[in-house]
Design a protein around this ligand. Structure first.
Ligand SMILES: [Ca+2]
Ligand SMILES: [Ca+2]
Ligand SMILES: [Ca+2]
Ligand SMILES: [Ca+2]
Length: 305
């Protein structure tokens, strides 16, 4: 479950990057999928996470302390699981909205006719030509355009060839739209074996203190792969198994993350978090390690809490 969450998160960020910078060709499901990173991104929203990355621990704790009363919607001085879940949902929604809004605004107003943008205009804006005639393209570029075109067709819910604002949101963040499940899976480049599965979320270099010994969570991911993900036990995940992993029907990410955060920080085991518990575990909530992935995140515009 952890990996699923992390993969979805990274997918969202990579997709946003991809559309912000057409020259980069980041695979949607690559990057650092560090466990701790996911917590802090889910909790802060991906744009906020970048901002917190630049703060000292003291500043982070200070900002976190200010956030606690805002999350405490029933005003009892504690943060319950439901309040955390609302907070995570809010941060996620805000991140996606801001991200879609920002790129939507980048399309010149004349390209958006009756609230919609057509494929040729999109292609010209992002890739420099409406149809590619006479364009010299690198193989990576060609691959990206083909991927965009497929995704465009999937996101075009009313099949009029254009994206309205809602369809465009699904185009940019397919992981948030149920009807985009197949395309998200397709974009993962097919079959994954156990080593790829693990290599996708774990880098030994992040754990120098373990001298190459795998952390416990990696061991449990190996078991997860064998016992749950690889349903037909052939040592690989095919498309159907990937689909269940990446975008299971009815799975509530915010709920799972809220439960996980309470479990990680509830030192006195009363089932809720005090401000002190949250601040004592500030690293789980807002901390991060300097990684490539963190640098990617920092390209996003930070906005206020
Ligand atoms: Ca409360
Ligand atoms: Ca449409
Ligand atoms: Ca299998
Ligand atoms: Ca507690």
């Amino acid at each position: 479950m952890r990996s699923l969450l992390v993969v979805l998160l990274c997918g969202a960020v990579a997709l946003a990057e991809h559309h912000g910078d057409p020259l980069s060709d980041k695979d949607h499901f690559q990057g650092d999928k560090h466990d701790a990173k996911f917590d802090h991104d889910a909790f802060l929203g991906k744009d906020q996470a970048a901002e917190f990355d630049e703060l000292t621990p003291e500043k982070s704790k200070e900002k976190l302390a200010k956030l606690v009363p805002k999350m405490d919607s029933n005003g009892d001085g504690f943060i319950e699981e439901a309040e955390l879940k609302d907070h995570i949902n809010f941060m996620q929604k805000r991140y996606v909205n801001n991200d879609v809004e920002r790129t939507w605004k980048n399309y010149k107003s004349e390209k958006i006719v009756d609230g919609k943008i057509g494929w040729r205009d999109y292609r010209e804006m992002v890739y420099g030509s409406p149809d590619g005639v006479g364009q010299e393209l690198s193989p990576e570029y060609t691959k990206m355009i083909a991927r965009d075109e497929k995704r465009w067709a999937a996101a075009d819910y009313d099949s009029d060839g254009k994206m309205d604002r809602t369809e465009y949101g699904c185009f940019m963040h397919p992981e948030d739209c149920d009807h985009m499940r197949d395309i998200v899976v397709e974009e993962t480049d097919g079959v994954v074996d156990l080593e790829e599965y693990i290599g996708d979320m774990y880098r030994p270099s992040d754990y120098p203190e373990l001298n190459g010994k795998e952390p416990d969570w990696v061991q449990s991911e190996r078991e997860m792969f064998k016992e749950h993900r690889d349903k037909n036990a052939d040592g690989k995940l095919d498309k159907d198994e990937m689909r269940d992993w990446i975008m299971p029907v009815g799975f509530d990410h915010a709920d799972a993350e809220a439960k996980h955060l309470v479990a990680s920080a509830d030192d006195d085991k009363d089932g809720k978090l005090s401000a002190e518990e949250i601040i004592a575990h500030y690293d789980t909530f807002v901390g991060s390690q300097a990684t490539d992935y963190g640098e990617q995140l920092q390209k996003h515009d930070p906005s206020d809490l």
